[in-house]
Each structure stands twice: as structure tokens, then as C-alpha cells.
Design a protein around this ligand. Structure first.
Ligand SMILES: Cc1ncc(COP(=O)(O)O)c(C=O)c1O
Length: 368
């Protein structure tokens, strides 16, 4: 992207891009925590006290008190027995597919799954079978076709899809997988964690699922206001991931300031459920407002609002016209889970002010 479109303020509900202050409805900072003064301070304190990084993997004397503190906070947030913290949410699928390799024979993957799930699946070197997007019936057919007696499946899907904003129908998948004992579900919940569910724990929380054979890898880099990937699970599963996932064993852990900032952001997210209430409120306002203008939108708590292409509608032109009015939304054509013909993606934050949402809706009234 041209330098002219670089942000030169912190990312948040109001940013400066190309020399002008704008309403920002893009990105993934759904709870608005990345620039919270306490989060900034935690990173500053950590770098002053400990420097940038340990300079080695965690297995090789790279353990650090900041990782222990972050992981304790993450265990509390996700109500998990154990968690694993690593450099990027993109590594979730790789860690899960590689780390669980002794527990399944075949991978079944949603055909609109995120790039990281596709890459992670390939690295596991097991047979991979795709099923139709969000379609439990298609999953059942693929399982009937491919599974040999006694085999166990690993199902891979996004929890919340990054562009379409759809939520994986995990209860339906579980019902289908019940015929294949020992099978596992592993979600990439980069856009669900922190944003949905009664406790903000993401897609499994939203569905009320706490089964040990359903895992959801999260990222701290989006709603949760920090940086790095995190997997909550049982002690036994985390031990196994640490042992079997080469990417964990053979990579440096996240920078120490990222661990400290992430811990503080997670603590804020846990201590301030009103952030999620405000997010839910803003999501409702945006969805209701756009629905009233004729856009076909599901009633959903997901802060990713996806406006699909319709005949005669030029989505690129709408995005450009909104930008002219100092409103930033994304026009997406190639990212995973983009509906046919592209889409406009609106990201809603807890920190958007009512008047910003009014300006967004008014912008759509004039140019949509
Ligand atoms: C669905 C999904 N999974 C994983 C990631 C990667 O997470 P991270 O940015 O923490 O590496 C992204 C985007 O960044 C994403 O959209």
C-alpha cells in the first residue's frame, strides 16, 4: 500500500491517514485496548527492565517471569487449566495440527478457512479433505466418504470468519463427529476471542461448549489488545503441543514487552465486562442502522459487519466515497471468507462514539 495511506497515529476509532483525521472502522482492535495507557505503560516498563527478548526458545532457558504472568492471566480469562503463548495467531493452526498429530488420522477443513488453517493443515502431513463452508451435511458426507474404520478426524475451521463475520456451527459439527469417537475440533478464533460469548472467550463460549475435545486457538493481537497467539486447553494437551509442535520448540517466544502489554490488556478485558457490553451495543447500532437502509444483515454479535456485493452496486466506489468523507472501511476481494464478488468489511469497536456511528450510517445514506 502507498505510504500516503499510512496511519501516523495510534490505531483506534479515530486515526490520521493521509494527513486527515478519520473515523476508523477497519482492522481488528474490537475492544479498543491496544493504546490503553496501562497497556502502553506495561510495555514501556518491561522493555526498560528486561529488554526486548530472551534470545532463545522457551525450552532452552528462554522461560521468563513475564510469560508466566501473561499465561496466568490468560488462564483466568479463558477459564482454562493451561495455556500456550507464542509469537502469532497465524501459528495456531500449525501448533494444533502438528501438536495433536498422534490423536487423529485425517483433517477435514472448511473450504473458506483462513490461510493459516490451510498452511497449518498442510504442515501436519496428513490427508486433508475440504467440506463446504459452514455445512455440517457436507462434513458428514466427506467423513462417510473418506474415513476408514477406527480412524479419528481433526476438524479445522475459523470460529468467526474474518471477512464474512459468520460463526462456525460447532454444535452441528460435534453432532456429526459423534459417529467418529476420538475426533477433535480445532478452531482458529482470531476474530471471536475477546469479542463474543457471555464471558468474551470466543466462539466456544458463544455456543456454550466446554468439551475437552474442542479447542480454539486465539490471538491477543486483535480484540484482546496485546500481541501474540494463545491456545487454552488442558494441561495434558498443552504438554503434548509443547512436545510435538516443532514451531513451538524451534522458535523464539514473543517479545517481552508484548507479553507484558498483553497481560495488562487481558486483565483489563476481564475486569471490565462493560467494554464487551459497549461493543455489543455498537454492533447492534451499526447492524440495525444498515439493515434499516436495506442491507441484508444477520442479527449477530460479531463486530465484523460484512456488506455483500449486489448487482449494480460498485463496492469499490462506495469505499472510496466514504474515504472522501473521512470514513475508513475495507473493500475486500481476496482475503479468506470473502463472499463471491467481494465485500465491504466494517469493523466495530467498543470505543466508537455514538456520533461516529451516526456519521458512518449517514455516509452510507449518501453514498451507499
Ligand atoms: C482468521 C485469522 N486467523 C489468524 C490470523 C493471524 O493472527 P495474528 O495476526 O495474531 O498472527 C488472522 C489475521 O491476522 C486472521 O484473520
Amino acid at each position: 500500500m502507498s505510504l500516503d495511506f499510512s496511519m501516523d497515529t495510534p490505531s483506534g476509532p479515530r486515526v490520521t491517514i493521509a494527513g486527515r483525521e478519520r473515523d476508523y472502522f477497519s482492522g481488528t482492535g474490537y475492544l479498543g485496548l491496544h493504546n490503553h495507557p496501562a497497556v502502553q505503560q506495561a510495555a514501556v516498563d518491561a522493555i526498560r527492565r528486561y529488554g526486548m527478548a530472551t534470545g532463545t526458545s522457551r525450552g532452552g532457558y528462554g522461560e521468563h517471569i513475564l510469560y508466566a504472568e501473561l499465561e496466568a492471566e490468560a488462564r483466568a480469562f479463558f477459564a482454562a487449566e493451561a495455556v500456550l503463548y507464542f509469537p502469532s495467531g497465524y501459528m495456531n493452526a500449525l501448533l494444533l495440527a502438528q501438536g495433536l498429530r498422534e490423536r487423529y488420522e485425517r483433517i477435514f477443513i472448511d473450504d473458506a478457512a483462513h490461510f493459516s488453517l490451510c498452511d497449518g493443515a498442510r504442515a501436519a502431513t496428513k490427508p486433508i479433505h475440504a467440506f463446504a463452508h459452514l455445512d455440517a451435511q457436507s462434513l458428514a458426507e466427506a467423513l462417510r466418504r473418506e474415513m476408514q474404520p477406527g480412524e479419528r478426524a481433526l476438524l479445522l475451521s475459523d470460529g468467526v470468519f474474518p471477512i464474512s463475520g459468520e460463526i462456525a456451527p460447532v454444535p452441528e459439527y460435534r453432532a456429526v463427529l459423534a459417529d467418529y469417537p476420538g475426533s477433535w475440533i480445532a478452531l482458529d478464533d482470531a476474530h471471536g476471542a475477546g469479542a463474543i460469548g457471555p464471558n468474551g472467550r470466543g466462539t466456544l463460549d458463544y455456543h456454550g461448549i466446554t468439551a475437552p475435545d474442542c479447542l480454539a486457538g486465539a490471538t491477543l493481537s486483535k480484540a484482546l489488545g496485546g500481541y501474540g497467539g494463545i491456545i487454552p486447553a488442558s494441561v495434558a494437551v498443552i504438554d503434548e503441543l509443547q512436545r510435538n509442535a516443532r514451531v513451538y520448540v524451534g522458535a523464539s517466544p514473543p517479545p517481552l514487552p508484548a507479553a507484558a502489554a498483553s497481560r495488562t490488556a487481558l486483565a483489563l478485558a476481564r475486569a471490565q465486562p462493560e467494554l464487551r457490553a459497549r461493543l455489543a451495543d455498537n454492533v447492534r447500532r451499526v447492524r440495525d442502522g444498515l439493515r434499516a437502509q436495506g442491507w441484508d444483515l444477520a442479527d449477530s454479535p460479531v463486530p465484523v459487519v460484512c456488506l455483500r456485493a449486489r448487482p449494480g452496486l460498485d463496492l469499490g466506489k462506495i469505499k472510496a466515497a466514504l474515504f472522501e468523507r473521512d470514513i475508513c472501511i475495507a473493500h475486500v476481494t481476496t482475503y479468506s471468507s470473502t463472499p463471491p464478488g467481494g465485500a465491504l468489511r466494517i469493523a466495530v469497536f467498543a470505543t466508537h462514539a455514538p456520533e461516529q456511528i451516526e456519521r458512518l450510517l449517514d455516509g452510507f445514506r449518501k453514498v451507499g
